[in-house]
Design a protein around this ligand. Sequence first.
Ligand SMILES: *[C@@H]1O[C@H](CO)[C@@H](O)[C@H](O)[C@H]1NC(C)=O
Ligand SMILES: *[C@@H]1O[C@H](CO)[C@@H](O)[C@H](O)[C@H]1NC(C)=O
Ligand SMILES: *[C@@H]1O[C@H](CO)[C@@H](O)[C@H](O)[C@H]1NC(C)=O
Ligand SMILES: *[C@@H]1O[C@H](CO)[C@@H](O)[C@H](O)[C@H]1NC(C)=O
Ligand SMILES: *[C@@H]1O[C@H](CO)[C@@H](O)[C@H](O)[C@H]1NC(C)=O
Ligand SMILES: *[C@@H]1O[C@H](CO)[C@@H](O)[C@H](O)[C@H]1NC(C)=O
Ligand SMILES: *[C@@H]1O[C@H](CO)[C@@H](O)[C@H](O)[C@H]1NC(C)=O
Length: 552
Amino acid sequence: MNALHAVLLLCIGASTIGLHLRTTRSASNFVSFLGDSGVPMPSTKRLLSLAFEVGRLKNLTLAHGTFYFAPHSQEVEIVPNHEPSWNAVQRELLDDEIVDVERERERCARYNFKLADEANPRRRRLFMGALIGDDSMEVLRAVSTEAYDIYHTVSFIEGFQAHDLSHREMNYYDPTTPSENLNTLLQLFGPKTKVSVDYYNTTMTELVGQHGSLFMDFVGREGNTHRWAMNGMKEDDVGIIGDADEVFTRDFLRAMQICDIPEFRKGQSCIEAQVKASTLVYESSPNCLTRDRRWFHPDAILGECVDNVGNATLHPPTKRDYVDKHGLEMEGYGAGGSDFRPNYTLYHKDGLVPSNTYPLWHGTDIRMKFSGSTYGKNDGSATGYHFHNNFKSAEEIHVKYATYGHAKGELAFKMPMWALHPEDIGLAVDCANGKGDLYLDFNNSGGSALPIYYLNEDVRNKRHQHWKSIVKDEEEYWSKKIDAMQPLENENKDCWMVCGEKSGECPHFCGKNGVCCQVGAINSAPECVNRTLGCDGRECCVAASNVSNGSQ
Ligand SMILES: *[C@@H]1O[C@H](CO)[C@@H](O)[C@H](O)[C@H]1NC(C)=O
Ligand SMILES: *[C@@H]1O[C@H](CO)[C@@H](O)[C@H](O)[C@H]1NC(C)=O
Ligand SMILES: *[C@@H]1O[C@H](CO)[C@@H](O)[C@H](O)[C@H]1NC(C)=O
Ligand SMILES: *[C@@H]1O[C@H](CO)[C@@H](O)[C@H](O)[C@H]1NC(C)=O
Ligand SMILES: *[C@@H]1O[C@H](CO)[C@@H](O)[C@H](O)[C@H]1NC(C)=O
Ligand SMILES: *[C@@H]1O[C@H](CO)[C@@H](O)[C@H](O)[C@H]1NC(C)=O
Ligand SMILES: *[C@@H]1O[C@H](CO)[C@@H](O)[C@H](O)[C@H]1NC(C)=O
């Protein structure tokens, strides 16, 4: 046994934990990333560094920028630094490698499906794709535990630019020194899964297309289907697009592999093609499960309909709002139906396309379009989880809202985090303080689907305590700041955005005695005294009326 094998075994040994995990890797996969002699270099870290230098990576230049494709987790030597510590309950749920027909039949029945092939049950391969940015390791541990060793491929794309096209600090790419984050990420999804972080560098100098602020998001996802094709995706495989903090439940992932799901039957026209999740939303902590609300990502689709994988003669390209092969579909070429439904009137009218087929789907189409079906468990439980805003510091939350889609720019640093997004972060702040009733704690979710990673009370409590400490620090910071302010600040200045898109008290911007109001605005806060306070036609900071204060 040579040194390389020893490292491999070590790595596999660390993650076995009683599961039926077997490696499918062969030493030959590694050769291209070893030193000239084929002998492993003394330091794995140096190996990583050499292998990931951008100038050495396969690249693909498109109209809007270049993708760089790095080696995936089975092509590089990994320094084992991730040892999942699962308890007995978690291990039992993760131990589902062997196909037991009766168990799979029951699984399918939980979603009102039948087995796809009773005589010869066979699992479909699942290819996952997402963009990656400042998502915390906590989130990545949660999503990867759920899907441990299930995916064939996990494709991440990291952009050199933020959503506003400003330069961003890379979390995974590092040309000169090895990236610890990358080394960890490559292990999280289990040894059977090919994990990669590929990179995207845009040549665009301004945001274009419909929803320009999401331009980076939309073109970045194009890289996911290129990676899937590189990794050998076929027409009968399934592609899944999500954000890095979203995942289908493990039970539903297994169901998608083996059950007869209409959207995954052979011979798709590729119009009603998505399998959408019914997703629980955890805001910042596993003990802050949003009550009465389901999200609808991630989305899955059959390989037949995936760009670079399906048959482009049968499903020719459509017209898109940013040059033909990129951006969102144009009206009549996919977009523009009522209720977000697809509209391909002009696509077919052009006469170049078989009348009963539709174009192949980009990563962005898979995320953005509304078609196909949303599946829940037949007991009403979820089929997906969204670990939203699960950041490790208040600073990261402010940065997110300053730079990502629908960005607030510098304003994001002038408002407390609960004002950044009153519905989501506001709820998580209330939850940390035990106020309000719009959330449920983990123990009390009322459904039969629970994220496997958080079926560990210590892990759960640790995250919840961490979230509480983030909230406490943020509250102290703003309370000090507000104490030092004048009773009325920013008099007559616009305040709608910075006050969290609501009227009324807004001490962090208008001062302790100021209110943010617009004369005559409907749904004004009571502090606007019967719509009498404020500026004409816009919300601005004005002195609170003593009458109103007195009457409350
Ligand atoms: C892409 O790779 C080729 C060689 O593989 C190289 O010549 C070219 O400069 C690269 N393009 C970019 C944009 O990095
Ligand atoms: C990204 O592209 C710009 C030009 O568009 C170039 O100046 C820059 O060096 C590129 N960055 C990387 C990391 O390749
Ligand atoms: C793609 O579809 C065209 C049109 O139906 C067909 O002629 C061709 O054989 C298909 N190609 C493959 C590789 O299946
Ligand atoms: C579909 O798009 C065409 C072209 O824009 C438009 O004329 C038609 O009204 C649209 N149909 C629906 C149902 O929205
Ligand atoms: C969850 O339930 C356990 C056992 O009933 C209890 O000890 C724990 O405090 C609960 N956690 C929360 C956050 O309510
Ligand atoms: C609010 O305005 C309405 C109509 O102008 C008036 O009838 C009502 O008394 C006012 N309420 C208060 C509390 O001033
Ligand atoms: C409102 O109350 C403040 C503080 O009590 C006082 O200084 C101010 O004169 C009052 N303004 C009016 C218009 O009554």
